[in-house]
Design a protein around this ligand. Structure first.
Ligand SMILES: Nc1ncnc2c1ncn2[C@@H]1O[C@H](COP(=O)(O)OP(=O)(O)OP(=O)(O)O)[C@@H](O)[C@H]1O
Length: 921
């Protein structure tokens, strides 16, 4: 891997590598082209993965490849989707946080394929059980169902997603996928009734006709031939050689059975699909009054049967509209044009809402009902930026959505990174980038944005037309730099804009939208609320008919759903994949420089490259950096008591960082090159092992130690590894709550038998830790006491009566301070026995640094040089006497504080084995 540096995830997602040492666009394109021609379709810019659509099967998606990337550090292998997926997964498992992977790029660039590959990666590599297998299958099989209903052939892509999808995969504490949830965004309903040349309706219509069983089609009143249905042939390509509808139908049918759809559900669902086809074939003609009437009764009868709606009510709904006159509602007949419009509106509404129902139904089958905490990885595969010959309201929404995601990326990467340098006071030459916030504002700003203006026009009383909407736009946003209409355009561009068009200068290019049909007030819903088809009844609720409620327009609904999506994403750790479309012909190996340059430009890849190259590979708060690496420097280990920033300075000085390798900010250290950090990490690894061997206080380290330990105890089959992990996790979690809190607490949680050995080690580590902590907390006085008590213990413990009682009695520094000479260490009254007559005499014993003095008042009666002291003996009974064996004969002294006095004597004389407890004296 040219120029690649080995990184480790241990230090966090900010590690990165640049494959390309050049930052010019030409050099970057060259690099991409070269790689693409060698079938290397992935490249990193930092942690951002750039993917160029190969348009051919590559052998880089095998299970072996998945295993290769599993658990391997991010940059140790060539760039890949699996590396991104694995990295997010591992960080999620170790840090127990939520992630999302944002996959962006224009239509046909490979977003959906990428998201499917990632899902497969998790399905193959994550731990699973038989029970979880069901969840896994459901997660995977929700895709063909959603694609059947939400994808279609377009000019750009034979399997283009015509809806936005955000899918959360939920993982339990073991990292097993246990559930999921899908949010869908604005399906392109207009496709149901109209397709551009070379495009198709949603796949499901063709699949049903091609693959549906004879009996089913008969029951639905359908013929196998798509050419018979007006809604399927407008693009004049009902049959496409690259799509096998019959086969796809089989996959979808199987998927339905796995994701919990009942026969009744399917009956209703296919009833709706068929009804839409029948609707499309309804023709109107004029009666003698110029009112629309339905030409042929066959289709409407099928619809009435399949939707469970009364025939005459349905007929009326398609040929009349309700008008509110004062407090009354009257039916007004439609002319033929309006009847066609009403028919299409019903078809779009039915299909759109059924799609939402479908997503909810899938969610029901993916839901994990157990309430334990889960972590999630979200996959966002949303329609790419689109420019068609005629761009309708839906393209407007799609492109607005892309603006929002671009804005999110800018906020979370380019802007955030540069702002951080500034905030930290790091010298930084700002790298200019285009911030598309100005375009987002143009669309979404309250009261002033295009969506607000559209809302106002659609909801105000009186006649709203597309032209009145356009005029309002000109009035309110006419002076915006990214907005043009024919009236506002200069001479040169005027010709290319129609009178009903407006043009937005998006971050990815200019798009001209047709304002026709934007003011859509919705279809006649009432008739559908009373449907006997369960799905339709669920989708059209009577409560919606309440005319007092001001309905939200589709644009506002979409804006709000995007806002909540951004909120969802902002709360998670991001990973990015930017997909690039290499040519317009879906041809493998063809690298269209011009097309790619355009995408590199609007995807902001060059800005990313520059920020990454000029910036720092890694940054961390001083406290965290010090906490992690403090063991590498004697001055900071085990504790640094000064400010963290100074500790870090000492630490890196000790490790030997060169000035060009780092910068110190206000609150963080910034490390420029990954290699600097990796060297530090390697040193830390070695140090950590040493610490673990000598006992570590850190439970986290202990956990990893256990992991290593278990891994060494191979071989274990996968189920057993799972089991051991579970037992280990549970034991450690419980242990954490029952860990002894002080040295006196001798309790220890009984381990399961497979963890006995480890538990014993942990207990030792824990005891050492507590002892160390205890010692550190001692005052100097207490420390002296304990040192003395240790000596006492060595001499008397188990040998002399009264020892136990003496333990808790503190030793005095001296018993007779007024008699002490300035040089003495200790003085106490004693009774000295005369050697001859055992006559008792009251004396003082004064111990100095070098000698013991037996003193009568201020008069020294006997000096015993420590050097001449051969040994002492004490009686094991309670007797408080001690015989001193000195040169020239024994000295027998009796004193009240025998334990104290003897201990002091031994310590001062530095002769701990000086005293023997002997019997018979
Ligand atoms: N990794 C890949 N390997 C092989 N072919 C691919 C790959 N990615 C994409 N393709 C091809 O490109 C086509 C378009 O890809 P995909 O449907 O993922 O695009 P998209 O970005 O999701 O487009 P849209 O926004 O229209 O949904 C696929 O049908 C497939 O033929």
């Amino acid at each position: 891997m040219e120029g690649a540096l080995i990184a480790r995830d241990r230090v966090g997602v900010q590690d990165f590598v640049l494959l390309d040492s050049h930052t010019s666009e030409a050099a970057f394109l060259n690099n991409l082209r070269k790689r693409y021609q060698e079938n290397l379709i992935y490249t990193y810019i930092g942690t951002l993965l750039v993917s160029v659509n190969p348009y051919k099967e590559l052998d880089i998606y095998t299970v072996t490849q998945m295993q290769l990337y599993r658990g391997v550090n991010f940059f140790e292998l060539p760039p890949h989707l699996y590396a991104i997926a694995d990295n997010a997964y591992r960080v999620m498992c170790s840090e127990y946080n939520n992630h999302f992977i944002l996959i962006s790029g224009e239509s046909g660039a490979g977003k959906t394929e990428a998201s499917k590959k990632i899902l497969q990666y998790y399905a193959v590599t994550c731990p699973t059980t038989e029970q979880l297998q069901v969840v896994r299958d459901r997660l995977l099989l929700s895709n063909p169902v959603l694609e059947a209903f939400g994808n279609a052939k377009t000019l750009r892509n034979d399997n283009s997603s015509r809806f936005g999808k955000y899918m959360d995969i939920q993982f339990d504490f073991k990292g097993a996928p246990v559930g999921g949830h899908i949010l869908s965004y604005l399906i392109e309903k207009s496709r149901v009734v109209h397709q551009n040349h070379g495009e198709r309706n949603f796949h499901i219509f063709y699949q049903l006709l091609e693959g549906g069983e004879k009996d089913l089609l008969c029951w639905l009143g359908l013929e196998r031939n798509p050419q018979k249905y007006a809604y399927l042939i407008q693009g004049r390509c009902a049959k496409v050689f690259s799509i096998n509808d019959k086969n796809d139908w089989k996959i979808v049918r199987k998927a339905f059975s796995i994701i919990d759809f009942t026969e009744k559900d399917l009956e209703h669902l296919f009833g709706i699909v068929a009804s839409v086809l029948h609707l499309g074939n309804i023709q109107f003609e004029e009666d003698s009054n110029g009112h629309a009437i339905i030409r042929n009764g066959t289709q409407i009868k099928w619809i009435s049967k399949l939707l469970g709606v009364h025939l005459s009510i349905l007929q009326e709904a398609l040929t009349h509209r309700k008008i509110e006159a004062r407090s009354e509602e009257v039916l007004s007949p439609l002319n033929v044009d309006l009847a066609f419009y009403a028919r299409d509106a019903v078809a779009k509404a039915i299909y759109g809402r059924t799609f939402t129902w479908l997503v909810n139904k899938i969610n029901g089958s993916l839901a994990n009902k157990d309430s334990t905490r889960k972590t999630v990885i979200g996959l966002l595969d949303i329609y790419g930026f689109e420019v068609l010959d005629t761009n309708s309201f839906e393209q407007f929404c799609i492109n607005y959505c892309n603006e929002k995601l671009q804005q999110l990326l800018i906020e979370m990467t380019l802007k955030a990174e540069q702002e951080e340098y500034e905030m930290e006071g790091i010298e930084w030459e700002p790298i200019p980038y285009f911030n598309n916030k100005i375009i987002c504002d143009l669309v979404e700003q309250k009261h002033k944005g295009i969506i607000s203006i559209l809302d106002e026009e659609c909801l105000r009383p009186g006649e709203a037309t597309d032209l009145s909407f356009l005029e309002k736009l000109e009035e309110k946003v006419g002076d915006h730099a990214h907005f043009v209409t024919r009236k506002l355009a200069d001479q040169k561009t005027r010709k290319s804009i129609d009178w009903v068009d407006f043009r937005l200068l998006h971050y990815a290019g200019e798009v001209t939208y047709c304002a026709v049909g934007e003011c859509d007030r919705g279809a006649a819903l009432e008739v559908l609320c009373n449907s006997k088809n369960g799905i339709i009844r669920d989708c059209f609720l009577l409560s919606e008919l309440d005319s007092r409620r001001r309905p939200e327009t589709v644009a506002t609904q979409f804006k709000n759903s995007l806002m909540s999506l951004i909120e969802i994403l902002m709360s998670k750790e991001p990973s990015y994949i930017r997909c690039i479309k290499p040519n317009e012909n879906k041809e493998p190996g063809m690298f269209d420089d011009c097309l790619i340059r355009h995408q590199v430009k609007y995807l902001g890849l060059m800005e990313h490259l520059r920020v990454r190259r000029a910036g720092f590979a890694y940054r961390r708060k001083y406290e965290h950096f010090l906490q992690r690496y403090k063991s590498l420097c004697p001055a900071t280990w085990p504790h640094w008591h000064g400010p963290a920033a100074e500790g870090v300075e000492r630490l890196i000085k000790h490790i030997g960082y060169k000035p060009e390798e780092y910068k110190l900010g206000r609150t963080k250290i910034f490390i420029r090159f990954p290699k600097t950090l990796f060297a530090t990490e390697d040193a830390f690894e070695i140090r950590k092992h040493m610490l673990v061997q000598c006992g570590s206080p850190d439970l986290d380290i202990s956990c990893r130690f256990i992991k290593g330990f278990i891994n060494r105890k191979k071989p274990l089959c996968p189920e057993n590894i799972e089991f051991v992990r579970l037992v280990q996790y549970k034991y450690l979690m419980k242990l954490r709550d029952h860990i002894p809190r002080n040295v006196l607490d001798k309790s220890w949680l009984q381990p399961p038998s497979i963890l006995e050995e480890i538990s014993e080690m942990l207990q030792k580590m824990c005891t050492r830790n507590l002892v160390r902590k205890y010692c550190r907390g001692l005052t100097p006085e207490r420390k002296v006491q304990l040192q003395q008590k240790a000596v006492t213990s060595a001499i008397f413990r188990g040998k002399k009566e009264g020892y136990q009682q003496s333990i808790n009695l503190p030793f005095a520094d001296t018993r007779l301070s007024e008699y002490m000479s300035p040089y003495s260490q200790y003085a106490t009254p004693v009774v000295k026995y005369d050697r001859n007559g055992f006559k008792a005499r009251e004396r003082l014993l004064v111990l100095t640094q070098s000698s013991a003095y037996v003193v009568e008042m201020a008069k020294i009666k006997q000096k015993i040089d420590y050097a001449t002291l051969k040994g002492n003996s004490a009686n094991p009974s309670g007797a408080a006497s001690v015989a001193w064996s000195v040169q020239g004969g024994d000295v027998i002294l009796q004193c009240e504080h025998i334990f104290e006095t003897v201990t002091k004597l031994c310590m001062l004389a530095n002769k701990q084995n000086l005293v023997k407890v002997v019997k018979g004296r």
